[in-house]
Design a protein around this ligand. Sequence first.
Ligand code: UT7
Length: 335
Amino acid sequence: MYNSKITGLGYYLPENVVTNDDLSRFMDTTDEWIQERTGIKERRWIDPKTDDTTSTMGVKASKIAIERAGLKKDDIDFIIFATLSPDMYFPGGGVRVQDMLGIPTVGALDVRNQCSGFIYSISVADQFIKTGMYKNILVIGSENHSGGLEKSTRGRGVTVIFGDGAGAAIVSRSNVNGKGILSSHLHSEGKHARELMLDGPNTGRWVPEIIAANDPDDESYYPYMNGQFVFKNAVTRFSEVINEGLNANNLTKQDIDMLIPHQANLRIAQFIQRKFQLSDDKVYNNIMSYGNTTAASIIIALTEAWEKGKIKENDLVVLAAFGAGFTWGSVIIRW
Ligand code: UT7
């Protein structure tokens, strides 16, 4: 059996910076409220005048990751694309990236696991590498949230949190034992699907029906989140799944060199940091600058931490996420 390791990382963020004060110009919110509850100072939202989309941002991040892995596009033998905000209802973003990068006709898989999308995608890539089926897999997480958020006071509980951006990682075959991706741990609890969702349009209630109803109170085509319920579940599940990953590898919290939590809310990350008694240099957060970029958040944070030299050879890196579904998971890496 082979091992797999991350050999290239990249990210792309739209240039357009939206501060909390910018938001307060079109909804009843304040910089103070947003920073106190979430830690977010600003986020990037796509300027519709640019050509940025979920797929094109994914392509820009991928080019960087492929180059840093020392590969050519033709070396990629599979694509995994995680998003909750695809350019089209179908097909997904994977095939768009395959086309835009000009990669020959390799398989392209879309993953719909929201904030856990990158964790699930890395896990899938890891299995394909370990069985020997593929050698170099391009994993992408990308989100265009701003196109689908409700930009008014009614939507403020959700809208202020989310930002746009993309990240990409190359997962490659390695023959070195005990290094690279050690394990991944995935969970779901679908009974809470309606606590964090975008309900419509769906196949039970399609676009013409929504338009015909012309109901100004219809919020079904904007994201809904039961914030406090999600928060409580997140802190519990983050802790459980990090411990599960450590236990599976006979490791303890003292072994963690770098924890990259999904950037959902700085308060959640700080809670986990305290619980695992990690010093500030062992947790990487960037939600302050980018908001919650869902499937892209962990890859962007991992790339930034690596670029800043905060992740070194042989470090134990723990990735963990929780989000809509509910779904959650962790990945344990010996760098
Ligand atoms: O990434 C996927 C997973 N997502 C998460 O993990 C997110 C988890 N949840 C959260 O991060 C927090 O619940 C939020 C940041 C979403 C909300 O914070 P909260 O402390 O739970 O606030 P709340 O929803 O309980 O609202 C408290 C008050 C309400 O007013 P009243 O009813 O007390 O008068 C809201 O209407 O704050 C009001 N509020 C706002 N006020 C100013 C809600 N959003 C805003 C806003 N600006 N943007």
